[in-house]
Design a protein. Structure first.
Ligand code: ATP
Ligand code: MG
Length: 266
């Protein structure tokens, strides 16, 4: 909502442009910045003023130094390559308030006793989702599950460890050759997340795990719920079934989903 009757360069859009200028400063060698005008346009089209201000807050707190090019543009979130104060790469996931499907997300929030009263508006829901993903990353990491290390979050923005060789993200399992090691990792991770972190990922798939430098890294933990969530078992079964189906397609199928379910809930 406009804060005053002003418009044009002297008003909100002028200020947004200045914010963008500041966000996009940084080393001129970056290949994204050479495509300056395109990138500026992307940022201008996608981020509302509140997101630009939130990015500035993260920068002034030192959690982020600058935002570079976009890594992935989804309907509900965009992931950027950014750098921290030391010039190291970070992944910056920005949830889009305007396009998020709230009804769908609500099923993964309601019933999670960590978050108390349900948010009333769409902005609050997005902020809560961001906090939830950050919290899930911490919980999973503390239980020894390899995930992108959580660095900071603010409003609709999550900053985490960059997995891959920037600006390229690491390939996912879907994009990789898979072997018995990936199979074992997958079911061990499902077990560990459940048993040691008390979480069910709820969106576990070959698209949400990286295979990188001899490591596998689980990501996209926004949906993950506590085991006490009323639909936790249903989500768990879906995760197991998805992964059994994926490995079967790739010719690795020592066990079926029911047998894994029985084994993993022990
Ligand atoms: N920590 C990270 N490091 C590098 N790239 C990342 C990181 N997190 C996400 N990405 C990139 O962004 C993409 C989307 O990330 P993620 O799955 O978390 O978002 P999403 O909006 O839930 O996407 P989708 O709807 O496709 O599942 C990943 O496939 C990957 O290419
Ligand atoms: Mg994903």
């Amino acid at each position: 909502m406009a804060e005053s009757g002003e418009s044009g360069e002297s008003g909100e859009s002028g200020e947004s442009r200045k914010l963008q200028e500041r966000l996009l400063r940084s080393d001129r060698d970056n290949r994204y910045l050479r495509k300056d005008s395109d990138e500026r346009k992307v940022i201008e089209d996608v981020f509302d003023r509140s997101t630009l201000l939130a990015l500035e807050d993260l920068i002034s707190r030192g959690s982020l130094h600058a935002l570079h090019g976009v890594v992935r543009t989804g309907k509900e979130a965009r992931v950027y390559y950014g750098v921290d104060a030391g010039g190291g790469p970070v992944a910056v996931k920005i949830f889009l308030v305007s396009t998020m499907d709230f009804r769908k997300r609500m099923a993964y929030i309601a019933g999670d006793r960590r978050f108390g009263k349900l948010p009333s508006g769409s902005r609050e829901t997005v902020f809560l989702w961001t906090r939830k993903e950050f919290r899930n990353l911490q919980t999973a990491r503390d239980a020894g599950v390899r995930v992108p290390g959580p660095i900071a979050f603010h409003k609709n923005i999550l900053v985490m460890e960059y997995i891959g060789a920037p600006p390229e993200p690491a390939p996912t399992l879907a994009e990789s050759e898979v072997d018995q090691g990936d199979y074992d990792w997958t079911f061990e991770t499902l077990r560990r997340l459940r048993r040691d972190a008390g979480l069910v990922h709820a969106d576990f798939s070959e698209f949400n795990a990286f295979k990188w430098n001899g490591q596998r890294v689980l990501f996209d933990l926004g949906s993950a719920v506590l085991l006490s969530h009323p639909q936790a078992e249903e989500f768990f079964k879906r995760d197991v079934t998805n992964m059994v189906r994926f490995f079967r397609k790739r010719g690795l199928m020592p066990r079926d989903a029911d047998s894994w379910m029985a084994e993993l809930v022990k």
